[in-house]
Design a protein around this ligand. Structure first.
Ligand code: MN
Length: 128
């Protein structure tokens, strides 16, 4: 079965870039454009991995990630936190809220697919 990846991103151009970057991979891509939609989509679809923009309307990515981690169903779901600028302290904040990995914009289109593949591999190892 195809692995499901939930992309949470409010900027249409970034969303498109991430989609294009992952289009060659064999994943089912799900999309959410604000924090509340991200929580709804996660509950409905149970994605295998989440790419989470930190700046989002309604509820920011930090809050969404914290809420997901409170839920047992998502306690081990790999989450990649994405921030607009690599600012000092950003990485710490993103990891503190429960993300497993961190990426800063502009998205590195070579790094992202590799990061995802590696995280899904690790996750499978953990499940066996
Ligand atoms: Mn954003």
């Amino acid at each position: 079965m195809k692995e499901k990846i939930l992309i949470v991103e409010d900027n249409p151009r970034n969303m498109r870039l991430i989609e294009m970057t992952l289009s060659a991979e064999n994943y089912t891509l799900l999309k959410a454009t604000d924090g509340e939609e991200a929580l709804d989509m996660a509950s409905m679809e149970r994605p295998d991995l989440i790419i989470m923009d930190m700046r989002l309307p309604k509820m920011d990515g930090l809050e969404v990630t914290r809420k997901l981690r409170e839920n047992l169903a998502f306690s081990h779901t790999p989450i990649i936190g994405v921030t607009a600028y690599a600012m000092k302290g950003d990485k710490e904040k993103v990891i503190e809220c429960g993300c497993d990995a961190y990426l800063s914009k502009p998205i590195n289109t070579r790094e992202l697919p590799e990061m995802i593949a590696e995280m899904l591999r690790q996750r499978q190892k953990g499940n066996t």
